[in-house]
Write a protein that binds this ligand. Sequence first.
Ligand SMILES: NC(=O)C1=CN([C@@H]2O[C@H](COP(=O)(O)OP(=O)(O)OC[C@H]3O[C@@H](n4cnc5c(N)ncnc54)[C@H](OP(=O)(O)O)[C@@H]3O)[C@@H](O)[C@H]2O)C=CC1
Ligand SMILES: O=C(O)C1=N[C@H](C(=O)O)C[C@H](O)C1
Length: 258
Amino acid sequence: MVIKVAIAGPRGRMGREAVTTIINNTEFLLVAVLDSKKEEAFLGDHIPIFTSLNDLIYETEPDVLVDLTVPSAVYEHTMIALDNGVRPVIGTTGFTDLQLEDIRNKVAEKNVGCIIAPNFSVGAVLMMKFAQMAAKYLPQIEIIEMHHDQKVDAPSGTAIKTAQMINEVRSPAKQGHPSEEETIAGARGADISGMHIHSVRLPGLVAHQQVLLGGEGQLLTLRHDSFNRGSFMSGIELSVKEIMKRDTLIYGLEDIIL
Ligand SMILES: NC(=O)C1=CN([C@@H]2O[C@H](COP(=O)(O)OP(=O)(O)OC[C@H]3O[C@@H](n4cnc5c(N)ncnc54)[C@H](OP(=O)(O)O)[C@@H]3O)[C@@H](O)[C@H]2O)C=CC1
Ligand SMILES: O=C(O)C1=N[C@H](C(=O)O)C[C@H](O)C1
């Protein structure tokens, strides 16, 4: 069975690459795209462009919605898709905890599968898993994530997910000197249960993360680099296929890759 896919955010850095990936895969049919504006009726010569997700779903009946947009739009897209029985595969980052909880409840209510993947690259998923394994033994941790300077959310979804996975094995604990003080606000980065996340934004970067785990006289560094957005495409293809078999919320690709 060919899977009917719609993509939200087709002009973006990720969306452009995802359009090509989905079109080139004979297991999928790209039925429509959702954009924030409509300068033309079609993408290429025949893929209709919509600015309303409700209209897109009504007219083209996709099985799966791949969302690669912005934090301010993705929650509404996810809820509309679930309400209409369309399975969301979400790459967009920047969800609040409350939004994630709402989506979890909506998935349970509708029995429609949904994947929220803060990072689609297998190397990044492995880095997060290795960090979780290592955190049992080296629980003093700083995460440094580095991205291109057009990214709107900080910290990255990957860094937050890494900290959440580490939190499953690490008890909350303040790190550094007990009475340390920031003389310039933000110097120690964001604090998640005592771990610190530092966000770097520079032109030329794509997506990079280091997890530093310190111990007496030693440092373990786990590092992953995405040098281009092709690194995320096999994770999108896998997610689209996998979500057709699921009816729960999958938050993080580790649950289907590892
Ligand atoms: N999970 C993963 O592996 C990865 C996730 N990401 C995440 O994916 C998202 C997109 O990243 P990136 O491609 O770099 O971002 P871009 O800013 O390049 O692309 C976002 C696109 O979404 C469009 N858009 C904005 N609002 C809407 C809307 N309401 N409906 C439809 N389209 C809309 C924008 O159009 P316009 O500019 O005209 O408003 C733009 O074309 C980010 O959240 C990023 O963090 C990125 C890489 C990998
Ligand atoms: O905005 C990006 O580029 C990326 N966003 C995701 C994130 O926030 O973790 C995934 C990857 O790091 C690229």
